[in-house]
Design a protein around this ligand. Sequence first.
Ligand code: MF3
Ligand code: CO
Ligand code: CO
Length: 256
Amino acid sequence: MASETIVLLSSRELDKMRKAGRLAAKLLHHLGSMVKPGVSTLEINDEAERWTQAHGAKSAPLGYNGFPKSICTSVNEVVCHGIPNSKQILKEGDIINIDVTLIVDSYHGDTSKTFFVGTPSPTAKKLVEVTEECLRKGIACVKPEARIGDIGATIQEYAEAQGFSVVRDFVGHGISNIFHTTPQIPHYGTPGKGKRLRAGMVFTIEPMINEGTWEVEVQSDRWTALTRDRKLSAQCEHTVAVTDDGVEILTLDEGQ
Ligand code: MF3
Ligand code: CO
Ligand code: CO
């Protein structure tokens, strides 16, 4: 079935993915330096849009299925798809995920990270560290012949062992000249299950890890996803390519 086909990218396409990924990583790093008490999420959005245009790229989220802004900003109990807003002012102790996706020469780079506003609580610090380790462990599963289920199983096992839960309603995704395509990459699952990875596949891994329940609720704006229990949620994301001997992270800034 066509909908189950997973495209393998040519080396020319991979080069374009590298360019988009590198620029997205650079933008995310830049926006991270703006995260401070007193800054609004709209100010971060507006700087993202300005920077993106100045670098000759396009913000993929803007207008995507009606999304109204250029980046997603997800604060504290927001799991993902938070909409930047002038009334939302960052305060000491908050955590904020900034998720950027750039289009460069028709190809997408999608990456996100959770930043601390000032000094985090011990729980927030542990949640963000565990989420980053989930992404690292997920990426380490990626190589030809591994299964998609290996990635999610590894992430779920670690997150739950640390006392946290894995969001089910949002998953990683294939990405190329299309923002969201096959395959889906769940961050939970069973080792040895799911499709086999092949060199040339490109997808995101973007675990959302919750302090309490994994259940989420989408607000009436139809985008903002919150934890059902209003406890904290953290996320981080890279776009990765399966290579002949393992994995290449496409969304690393130079020198990272
Ligand atoms: N960047 C998000 C992802 O990781 C998608 C955002 S879609 C939007 O897949 F419309 F909310 F921007
Ligand atoms: Co993504
Ligand atoms: Co993203």
